[in-house]
Design a protein. Structure first.
Length: 436
């Protein structure tokens, strides 16, 4: 298994996103079939009398308002390729007013030890430079639409790649009543896309371009040098204004502060757009986790003052050389996170460490610090949000375990889908634990 065979399109294959145009519309199930499935779902949980009552309710619905609702669904399905996705985003995710971190988020620790790369303070910046370089490679492959679409059954069944466009340069913007996804990423054939990288830490935010003027990716050494400059500022200068902590508030409060922040000055509006549109965002976290379990926990409740919580994907770099990835779940499915993480891991394993002493072709990379204009009201909000974040640090528990008794291939041999299998296992565990 190598990255070329998994990720690179073969000669003559259509581009990453072409296949999406050939996908059939999302089917609309028959009303009777939907109601039968609903009844099958509740059967294990109801008493005979409760199930009889449910049958009556289901029958009345099918013969009454259900028919009218099904007609409206058919009208919607006739004009939309996916009649469900907008509702799914809005009602399953974006109307939730809970803070995103640590409650509504995807996270994974980066295990470099399995490819014999030390996770120590001495290797922090070099490893981060390599991760960033290969992330830019992945970004560039997507930009040129040369990554293979997700598939199964040996490539016979392909899946949509549309959500790849929400992996980079995307953010979940806060709204008063519900949030919404803002995207800036575009493949080459659709227009220009932002190429700058944002790095935050100790409440401060910096930006630099990930491309040279000729469009080539900056080298690992050039990335290392700019990271050293940022790390030096963080180590020897004072804390920043900690504006990112506002993104970890409940969504309505953050939405009001988001509006107010932009009303203060045009500069603030531009700074927010620079953060939201950046190709990649990295956060230096001053915590020092000593295990992958602790890394998993700290990547979602560590330095709230520096993480821009709305971003669709973030790289977390801990001070002692450990790393983690964080993703906003409404932007894309977890399979896209796994693809990205695997690409970076394979790239670091196959390509190896660069020659950090070779400076012949290195160029100076311009670094800019992003600052906000703040009034007394927002200063107070920042202080309040810091206290709120501290109070919720212990709201979640994360465990990190290896399970190798059986895996996906075994589950498939039992004619079960791995996702369904895991959900049933969780329900069984709950039932046995609580006897209900």
């Amino acid at each position: 298994m190598d990255r070329a065979s998994i990720f690179f399109l073969d000669e003559g294959e259509s581009n990453t996103f072409d296949f999406d145009e050939t996908l059939p519309p999302l089917p609309l199930p028959d009303l009777h079939d939907t109601l039968q499935r609903y009844y099958d779902t509740i059967k294990p949980f109801g008493s005979p009398s409760e199930l009889e009552k449910s049958k009556k309710i289901i029958s009345d619905f099918e013969c009454g308002i259900g028919t009218e609702l099904q007609r409206k669904l058919k009208e919607r399905a006739a004009v939309k390729k996916n009649w469900l996705n907008e509702w799914w985003d809005k009602y399953a995710y974006h109307m939730l007013r809970t803070p995103l971190i640590p409650y509504i988020i995807m996270a994974m620790p980066v295990n470099l030890e399995v490819i014999n790369i030390p996770e120590t303070p001495a290797f922090l910046l070099k490893n981060l430079a390599r991760i960033l370089y290969h992330t830019l490679e992945f970004w560039n492959l997507l930009r040129n639409a040369t990554i293979k679409p997700h598939s199964s059954h040996g490539g016979k069944i392909k899946y949509s790649s549309a959500l790849y466009k929400r992996f980079f340069s995307a953010t979940r913007a806060p709204g008063i009543d519900y949030d919404y996804i803002k995207t800036y990423f575009k493949p080459v054939n659709e227009g220009n896309t932002p190429s700058h990288v944002v790095v935050s830490g100790k409440g401060r935010i910096f930006a630099f371009d990930g491309l040279h003027a000729d469009g080539t990716i900056i080298s690992p050494l050039e990335i290392l040098i700019v990271l050293q400059r940022i790390r030096s500022i963080l180590d020897y200068e004072s804390m920043g204004d900690c504006v990112p902590v506002l993104t970890h508030d409940d969504r309505t409060t953050w939405a009001n502060n988001y509006i107010h922040l932009q009303e203060i000055s045009e500069k603030n509006k531009e700074t927010i757009e620079t953060i939201e549109s950046s190709s990649i965002i990295v956060t230096f976290d001053e915590n020092e986790p000593h295990s992958y379990e602790e890394t998993s926990l700290l990547c979602v409740n560590g330095d709230f003052h520096s993480k821009w919580g709305d971003r669709s994907s973030t790289i977390i770099a801990f001070k002692n050389g450990r790393f983690a990835y964080v993703g906003e779940h409404s932007a894309y499915d977890g399979t896209f996170s796994v693809s990205y993480a695997l690409f970076v891991q394979l790239s670091m394993f196959e390509i190896g460490e660069p020659d950090w002493s070779c400076t012949d072709n290195s160029k100076y990379i311009t670094l800019t610090e992003l600052k906000f204009d703040l009034d007394n009201e927002l200063q107070k909000e920042i202080d309040r949000a810091k206290l709120d974040c501290d109070l919720r640090r212990n709201d979640i528990i994360i465990t990190y375990d290896y399970f190798n008794e059986y895996a996906k291939d075994d589950i498939k041999r039992w004619n079960l889908h791995p996702d369904s299998f895991v959900q049933v296992i969780m329900q069984l565990a709950y039932a046995e634990l609580h006897q209900e």
